[in-house]
Design a binder for this molecule. Structure first.
Ligand SMILES: [Zn+2]
Length: 1118
């Protein structure tokens, strides 16, 4: 039986499938990507580097249409080798061409050359009074992120000058002009510093590493890094603080007395000969790995080679000590005590998100991510990369907090690292990547394990000559049905493995049989019902007129699939205030007919025929209706609205039509009219910071949950567009959208003229996006772990099935796993996510995603295969759910405790013994503190005075469905300087850290977090720039709060507007621009997003939080 054999749109395997027409390619985020040629399944016929559970030993077969199979036995064997290496949780001491790109090892040294070593134990008292900041700075400066510091202390006496003097040194640095314009994938200009030792700040010139190891007298703490961004290579960390136009910075961070932060002992000196140029790259005090090529490693992934250790061959590692930082450094105790000068903590000495993002882009953005190897950590979400499916699901579909799971629950409990996967089953793909193939097994349906019901996948093992297969999830041995039988090659692999997506790919779809359909009946195509509030407020703001006008054209863009000429989706219309109006728009009518339902206590659908129609057939009647609606209600005095009956009516209409579908609700006010689901204004800001604060997030009536449950049963998804002028109780109104997999959009104080671009852009995207309906998602796991908790917009009536009335390509479900048995290093762990859904053409399908993870018996392996962005996604969702039941302070405290436990466990079990004064962070988690602090001080967990209860409920609801890229930028906004890079540069300017200290009053910045977009204008920005962008003569003439830039014909204006468009295209919601002038009132709003700074609502600065975290860790360790 061939996959191409029968049935609907099943293009030949091996050829690109049509993409969904409704899919906006432009909205796929990311930076301009590598222009890798699109080869659908290019690697498919090629060597398959060991993705099978049993490593391939035989000949790979090409798809029938292709040429002779290129994969040789040798190649397969090569893959096997790679597999074996990774599969055993082993560590590789050096480059290996067979190994897929590995995340930087947990033991990767950071900032090695400069990491100081102290001989005296110190006490960190971050919140103590008098600042001996020198010590803290020193400690922070020396903080060993990866735990692998290679101490390269500068010559004594150097580098202890005050920041300003060093800053001026940096100002004179010849390369500083290059700052901000690195070509991607190349070594930063910093590397040129080798050629200009004289220009460097003194400490830098003292960098040769070997020397730094030998003379104890030279082993001072790493003071240079305290002085701010000194070197061009550090440019991504922000503009040099010494710039004349530097904005006043917050008060210096004081270092409490006795505080010392020291570098950890590093690996033995032989690894760092002074001739190793690669280390020069790290001299800037940043905590990231070197950006350029590292010694002894020629690969484009500078960070990669040192997996588990330093790359240098002569490295005398004890066999069991995998971490360089675990190697005692003989120098440790020979070094002199730190100088006790006072310094403020240098923000550049603590891990920089910008640096980490930039390093990953440079290291991993140029090559495709091939999913053939188990347990590979993918590039960061901020890196633009292509994916080649070779047996595991793309990270666009599934990202994990760790790709190496502890074998036992004891280990997992010890580490406290949450084991979770963020799954986006219908994720949109970039145009270069093919959508999952649809496999049709005819009447017999998809092949499954008889016991655990897992679907056929590449990890199933065929035995007994191919007559049976052993389930990779539950080990049950199943018969292969005759029609599916195929011979095995001498390696035990089916000879048709590469002809079948389900035997060779991580993601694919099955056509579902009637057994997978409700009532054993194939579904009808879904319907969209537009339900429009026509009360006084909706009319007055211009909403109704705007919406009706837009719908006339938007209805031509309903989602289609498979190259269909027109959408199968039918549409219907309802308007409402205190009563409901249904419309008959049957094509045979000359004019639409209105039917009023005034009994809102028990709504019924007054018509079936003519309510849900095909757009093209009824176009004239629909257009007439949309023309009439604004007129009909133009003079309305009705201010009261109902809400629950509207949803009820829409759901009943879908039920009557026996189809799934989506309701688009456009609603303006708190539903106070007498009806089910009537609400009262219960907003009470006095509850904030009390035990009753949680009630603000809870729905005020259970009626909406009940309603949502009915909607889910019907496959009725609700998207809610809110246009409130005051409190509308988002916490309650969003219950149904939340439980039905829908979306909520909120436009406070909407005025058509000001907000139409944002609203219409969101609406267009929302209506056009591909949605799966009436969906059930199930996550199966191999023996030893199981899915125990779920976060997202869905409903669950049992403990395993995630029910989604609708699921679109933006929504994620975060799943947490727990152990229920011991895992095995050799077999690893498997996840299979199966999503049963009805496509927008009405086809019932199953989408399958498989992912194999490694398992480890050493905690170090866990820590070096974690992904902090995904951890933060999970932790934010966990915390945001927690506020429903616990006081916000409790939620915050437990986050801090968990983070401290994670880091303390690393310190205790994976890092080398070192002074208690050191803060040691695992390389993969060095951003955990800064990101966690952003979660802690977010509006939900620590609201400022200007944040409304509705805002908090809204954000809480949004974050629940966010993917990893969205949470990343939402919690740590992107801040882009606009005039630093050359005007002709077409790439996005390198971001700077989100802190006021990074703002230069002579520059202009864009800040975005996926929801908000600001253009900040410095007070001393050049007049020419002001003229070019705003068409006014001076700074003072710029209108504060402006939301549209004038369209001017000059390079700067074009560039900035182009950049704004590109940022918007990357996000799932339109970001309205707000122009903010320095020292203007609106600036307070903007500063709220400078998340590294102390916030007005009391949120800690990054530096303070890091100190606090250090204290917590020390308490746990002592
Ligand atoms: Zn099974």
């Amino acid at each position: 039986m061939n996959v191409n054999q029968s049935a609907p749109p099943v293009p030949p395997f091996g050829q690109p499938q049509p993409v969904y027409p409704g899919y906006h390619q432009s909205s796929y985020g990311g930076q301009p990507g590598p222009t890798a040629p699109h080869i659908p399944y290019g690697a498919y016929n090629g060597p398959v580097p060991g993705y099978q559970q049993t490593p391939p030993q035989g000949v790979s077969r090409a798809p029938p249409s292709s040429g002779p199979p290129p994969a040789s036995t040798a190649q397969a064997a090569c893959g096997q080798a790679a597999y074996a290496q990774l599969g055993q949780g082993d560590v590789q001491n050096g480059p290996s061409s067979t190994v897929q790109m590995q995340r930087l090892p947990g033991s990767q040294p950071f900032g090695s050359p400069l990491a100081p070593v102290v001989s005296q134990p110190a006490v960190l008292q971050p919140y103590g009074p008098p600042p001996t900041s020198a010590q803290v700075t020193a400690q922070l400066a020396g903080m060993q992120i990866s735990g692998a510091a290679a101490p390269a202390p500068p010559p004594s006496g150097l580098g202890y000058g005050p920041p300003t003097s060093l800053a001026s040194a940096s100002g004179s640095f010849p390369n500083s002009g290059l700052y901000g314009s690195y070509p991607q994938g190349q070594a930063p200009p910093l590397s040129q510093t080798q050629g200009h030792p004289g220009v460097q700040p003194p400490q830098r010139s003292a960098l040769p590493l070997a020397s730094s190891f030998t003379p104890p007298s030279s082993g001072g703490p790493r003071m240079p890094s305290m002085t701010g961004p000194l070197l061009p290579g550090q440019g991504f960390g922000g503009p040099p603080v010494s710039q004349p136009n530097h904005v006043s910075s917050p008060p210096p961070q004081a270092l409490p007395p006795g505080t010392q932060m020291t570098g950890a002992p590093g690996p033995p000196p032989p690894m760092h000969s002074p001739q190793q140029p690669g280390y020069q790259l790290q001299q800037n005090g940043s905590f990231g790995p070197a950006r350029g090529p590292q010694p002894n490693y020629g690969s484009p992934y500078p960070g990669a080679p040192a997996f588990g250790s330093q790359p240098g061959p002569p490295q005398p590692l004890p066999p069991k000590r995998l971490d360089p930082d675990a190697i005692p450094s003989p120098q440790l105790n020979e070094l002199p005590p730190q100088q006790k000068t006072r310094h403020r903590i240098d923000p550049d000495a603590i891990p920089s998100p910008i640096q980490v993002i930039e390093d990953d882009r440079n290291n991993r953005g140029s090559e495709p991510f091939v999913t053939g190897v188990r347990g590979q950590v993918p590039p960061l979400v901020t890196t633009n990369f292509l994916v080649k499916d070779q047996g595991n699901a793309s990270p666009r579909y599934i990202r994990c907090t760790s790709y190496n799971i502890p074998c036992t629950s004891d280990m997992a409990k010890q580490a406290q690292v949450p084991l979770a996967a963020v799954i986006k089953p219908l994720a949109r793909l970039p145009p270069e990547e093919a959508s999952p193939y649809v496999v049709d097994h005819g009447e017999s349906g998809p092949l499954r394990c008889n016991r655990c019901k897992a679907y056929m996948c590449p990890f199933m093992q065929f035995v007994e000559g191919g007559r049976r297969f052993q389930c990779c999830f539950c080990s049950c041995v199943n018969d292969v049905p005759p029609q599916y039988f195929q011979h095995l090659d001498h390696t035990g692999k089916r000879v048709d493995a590469y002809d079948r997506p389900e035997l060779s790919l991580g993601s694919y779809e099955f056509l579902a049989t009637v057994d997978y359909c409700k009532n054993n009946k194939f579904p009808s195509p879904p319907a969209f019902i537009f339900m429009i509030d026509v009360s006084y407020n909706a009319i007055r703001t211009g909403l109704v007129r705007l919406l009706c006008e837009e719908l006339k054209s938007l209805l031509d863009f309903l989602p289609r699939e498979g190259g269909a000429e027109e959408s199968a989706v039918r549409v219907g219309f309802v308007t409402y205030n205190k009563v409901l109006h249904f419309y008959n728009v049957k094509s045979s009518l000359a004019q639409p007919q209105m039917m009023v339902v005034s009994d809102v206590a028990d709504v019924f659908v007054p018509l079936l025929d003519g309510f849900l129609v095909n757009v093209n057939e009824s176009r004239a009647v629909i257009t007439s209706l949309l023309d009439q609606i604004p007129e009909m209600f133009a003079d309305t005095r009705e201010t009261e609205t109902v809400f629950a009956p509207v949803i009820q009516a829409g759901m009943e209409a879908l039920k009557a039509a026996e189809c799934a579908g989506k309701l688009f609700l456009f609603h303006t006010s708190l539903p106070i009219a007498e009806a089910p689901g009537k609400l009262k204004n219960r907003d009470d800001r006095k509850l904030i910071n009390t035990d009753k604060e949680k009630t603000l997030f809870q729905p005020q009536t259970g009626a909406y949950q009940t309603l949502a449950k009915e909607c889910v049963a019907q496959g009725c998804c609700v998207d809610l567009f809110l246009f409130p002028n005051q409190y509308v109780d988002v916490a309650t109104l969003s219950v149904v959208p939340q439980l039905t997999g829908g979306s909520v959009y909120k436009y406070a104080c909407f005025q058509a003229e000001n907000d139409q671009e944002r609203f219409l852009s969101d609406l267009r995207r929302d209506v056009q996006k591909v949605v799966g309906f009436d969906a059930v998602m199930r996550v199966r796991t191999s023996t030893g772990i199981r899915a125990v908790d779920f976060f997202g917009a869905f409903y669950m009536s049992n403990t395993t099935d995630v029910e989604l009335a609708g699921l679109d390509g933006d929504k994620t479900v975060t799943v947490e796993f727990k152990h229920d048995d011991r895992l095995n290093e050799e077999s690893g762990a498997l996840l299979q996510c199966a999503l049963l859904y009805t496509s927008c053409a009405g086809q019932r399908r199953l989408r399958i995603h498989n992912l194999a993870l490694n398992c480890c018996t050493q905690l170090a392996d866990l820590y070096r295969n974690c992904e902090t962005d995904t951890l933060i996604n999970y932790m934010a969702k966990f915390a945001y759910r927690g506020v429903l039941n616990s006081p916000v302070k409790t939620v915050r405290d437990s986050l801090i405790t968990q983070c401290a436990q994670i880091l303390a466990c690393y310190r205790k079990n994976c890092a080398s013994p070192s002074s208690a004064g050191q803060l040691i962070l695992p390389e993969c988690m060095k951003l955990l503190p800064v990101y966690l602090n952003c979660v802690l001080k977010s509006d939900v967990l620590q609201p400022g005075a200007e944040v409304t209860t509705d805002d908090r409920a809204y954000v809480r609801q949004l974050v629940t469905s966010m993917d990893v890229a969205e949470t990343n930028v939402f919690f740590y906004p992107r801040l882009l300087p606009l005039t630093k890079s050359p005007i002709e540069s077409t790439t996005e300017p390198p971001a700077v850290r989100a802190s006021e200290e990074r703002l230069s009053s002579g520059d202009i910045y864009l800040l975005e977090n996926g929801l908000n977009l600001f253009l900040w204008v410095g007070a001393s920005v050049q007049q020419g720039v002001v003229q070019s962008l705003f068409s006014v003569a001076s700074f003072s003439q710029i209108t504060s709060g402006l939301s549209v830039l004038p369209v001017l014909d000059n390079p700067l204006s074009k560039k900035v507007r182009g950049l704004i468009d590109s940022l918007r295209a990357q996000r799932s919601r339109y970001m309205k621009l707000i122009v903010v002038k320095q020292e203007d009132k609106l600036e307070m709003l903007f500063k709220h997003f400078l998340v590294e700074d102390k916030s007005l609502s009391g949120g800690a600065s990054y530096v303070d939080f890091l100190c606090h975290m250090h204290k917590e860790i020390r308490q746990l360790l002592s």
